[in-house]
Ligand binder design. Sequence first.
Ligand SMILES: [Ca+2]
Ligand SMILES: [Ca+2]
Ligand SMILES: [Ca+2]
Length: 224
Amino acid sequence: MKKRLLVGLATALFLVSVANEAVATATSITNGVGALGYTIGTPEAVPFTLEGNGSDDNILYVWDEVQNFTLTEDLFVNRVADPSASYVGGGPGNYFITAGTVVASHYVQWDPSSFTRVQATLNFDSAIFAFITNDVNLGNSDYLGLPGIDYGNFGLRGLESGDTTNFNGGSVDIDWLANSPGDWTRLITAVSPGAAPVPEPATLSLLGMGLAGLAYRSKKRITK
Ligand SMILES: [Ca+2]
Ligand SMILES: [Ca+2]
Ligand SMILES: [Ca+2]
């Protein structure tokens, strides 16, 4: 009776906690040179609006966005780790990750107060597929952003030709020079073992109905 209700509640809490772990797949930033700090997380508490030169803090940030999402349309990217991979379409200048691929998304921010170069190795718990580095593709992929962040529409947020991104499995070496506004990129990885997909509303409502049913039944038994 009450025990079953408690089991139901514990299951719900467990599922909610699994959902919260959906943002934990950037594992570390190593070999850092040039920044004042290296942070896995957002520059401000969510919700917030990103602005060019809004942080200007010389800290390199990496945060996780939508996790383990099945692409419903081709996702245009700029730099791919393996151009011959089965999930890659297009060619130089118009690469894309094909619809149906399951991806995890992450964002990188380097917003120094004056011309400053940062070097670092960004490490993830799954293979890196691609970087999205230009303004148009960034804007078109903001649906993969972390809910609660308005990614803004300021120009020159992407990378410039001298900014390097060297892929190595679940890690990437970056060497970026920026000033105003800075360098922002979206990094696409394979499905992440460290993150559960965010439960869909249908799953949540089913869960709610299940709990309501359990509560009703246990109440009924107690009344009896
Ligand atoms: Ca700046
Ligand atoms: Ca740059
Ligand atoms: Ca830039």
